[in-house]
Design a protein around this ligand. Structure first.
Ligand code: IMP
Ligand code: MG
Length: 181
């Protein structure tokens, strides 16, 4: 049996932080009429919904396009960063300015793959990254240059759940961020 997660950031803290991220996205994109989000499924879905709700309330004039992609990362023993696309984007993002929405950046392998894929194969004009959580201590040296433009929380090198993040399919729907000890 898995122990219940220990609370790291309360629901209230998470809500407040996501509101700040939404304000930041609007502020950094003043004058832009269209925001193009690519949600990384399944983990990024909760953050994407919460950000978009807040952005819609704050600015009724910005169009939100929501794309999604489902990835599978084989961490393996050596954490090779091998990533497979399980469900690709359904429409073109060519020449668009993209904001990726992810739950957590760990080694950085998944984001490195996705950023290169969107740039080189899908011809995105520009790519920014929003992630609820980052585990900087786990970043592989070759991925240290990955920039998280809109970040919620930095966490220690522990297994994190809630707000989209799961442990074997569990705890994804929690409204707080917790640690599995
Ligand atoms: P990376 O490629 O090592 O950066 O890992 C990226 C993916 O691994 C994330 O998008 C998550 O789906 C998963 N992941 C990494 N660390 C955690 C964690 O602490 N909790 C839940 N999922 C995690
Ligand atoms: Mg993820």
């Amino acid at each position: 049996m898995i122990a219940q997660p220990r609370e790291l950031f309360s629901e209230e803290k998470v809500n407040k932080k996501i509101s700040e991220m939404a304000v930041n996205i609007l502020y950094q994109n003043i004058g832009i009429r269209e925001l193009n989000f690519i949600t990384v499924l399944d983990g990024g879905r909760m953050l994407a919904e919460m950000l978009q709700n807040r952005i819609r309330i704050a600015n009724k004039f910005v169009d939100i396009n929501n794309y999604s992609i489902k990835l599978e990362s084989y961490s393996g023993k050596e954490s090779t960063g091998l990533v497979k696309i399980k469900k690709d984007l359904e429409s073109s993002i060519e020449d668009k300015e993209i904001i990726i929405v992810e739950d957590i950046v760990d080694t950085g392998g998944t984001m490195n793959f996705l950023i290169n894929y969107l740039k080189n194969q899908k011809k995105a004009r520009s790519i920014k990254l929003a992630s609820l959580v980052s585990k900087p201590d786990r970043r592989l040296p070759e991925y240290r240059n990955i920039k998280i433009d809109y970040l919620g929380f930095e966490v220690p090198d522990k297994f994190i759940v809630g707000c989209g993040m799961d442990y074997d399919g569990k705890f994804r729907e929690l409204n707080y961020i917790g640690i599995i000890d």
